[in-house]
Design a protein around this ligand. Structure first.
Ligand SMILES: NC(=O)c1ccc[n+]([C@@H]2O[C@H](COP(=O)([O-])OP(=O)(O)OC[C@H]3O[C@@H](n4cnc5c(N)ncnc54)[C@H](OP(=O)(O)O)[C@@H]3O)[C@@H](O)[C@H]2O)c1
Length: 245
């Protein structure tokens, strides 16, 4: 295993914290970003003082992204693995979503990851090695009922991943999209408490929701040689949910 410098966005909680932790357990160097509070990153930085750093970043702001990139580089050198995990959700009927709701969603969930990828690509190309893991969603494949703007942002991220693959796979940079189904985190707590959410959970062929640790271990495998030939792919981590209608 070659130890890599990884930037995991939204690593304060949920899937991002689990991805950061699994990368650290595997021996990689991790800069985890938080936006409103460091959350689980505090404990990870204590547990892995030589390989973990926590940095504040709001991906809606280009200056904040540049600052976080500079701090990551200063601590561990160029970012070799970017995990674009941070995102927001916003459950509302389509007709209640005004322009501001759409622009906030697209700025956070699409333009944010674009800002980060754009900042990481030059060093990855120069090194002729890199991974860009964009965390999309099954909602980006299925469409959404109460999160139409979220689903559209996640569909765009899958398409963005394919474009990055066409542009940079020949330089050794492997962009991969992940499309999780239901993983129990803060983001889906409200959904899981609803009747529709409970029905969705009950219909998962695997018979359960995903464990954040499972997604973390998947990312660890993608950072290794198993990821070398996966440019532009979308990996469906959903317990068979994708095949339900
Ligand atoms: N959970 C699921 O079932 C599921 C399913 C499909 C896809 N996903 C995707 O998986 C990823 C992680 O989801 P999750 O469930 O772990 O979400 P979560 O628990 O709500 O965590 C979201 C993370 O994103 C960060 N964040 C929010 N706004 C940000 C901004 N403007 N700039 C930078 N960071 C920001 C948060 O930071 P702070 O806490 O510091 O604010 C937090 O660390 C997301 O891309 C989500 O769409 C999740």
């Amino acid at each position: 295993m070659t130890a890599r410098t990884c930037l995991v966005t939204g690593a304060s909680r949920g899937l991002g914290a689990a991805v950061a932790e699994e990368l650290l357990i595997a021996g990689h160097r991790v800069v985890g970003t938080w936006c409103s509070a460091p959350g689980r990153l505090d404990a990870l930085a204590v547990a892995y003082p030589d390989t973990c750093a926590a940095v504040r970043m709001d991906q809606r702001q280009g200056a904040s992204v540049s600052e976080a990139m500079a701090k990551a580089r200063e601590r561990f050198g160029d970012v070799e693995v970017l995990v674009n995990n941070a995102a927001i959700a916003d459950e509302r009927p389509f007709e209640d979503l005004d322009d501001d709701a759409w622009l906030t969603m697209l700025d956070t969930n699409l333009v944010g990851p674009v800002r980060l990828a754009r900042a990481c690509v030059p060093a990855m190309r120069a090194a002729r090695w890199g991974r860009i893991v964009n965390v999309s969603s099954i909602g980006g494949q299925w469409g959404g009922l109460r999160q139409v703007h979220y689903a559209a942002s996640k569909a765009a991220l899958i398409n963005f991943t394919r474009s990055l693959a066409k542009l940079y796979a020949s330089d050794g940079v492997v962009p991969i999209a992940l499309a999780p189904g239901l993983f129990e985190t803060d983001m889906i707590a409200a959904e899981l408490a609803s009747a529709a959410g409970k029905a969705k959970l009950a219909a998962i062929p695997a018979g359960r929701s995903g464990r954040p640790q499972e997604l973390g271990q998947l990312v660890v495998s993608l950072v290794g040689p198993a990821g070398d030939y996966l440019a532009g792919q979308t990996i469906n981590a959903n317990g068979g949910m994708y095949f339900q209608t």
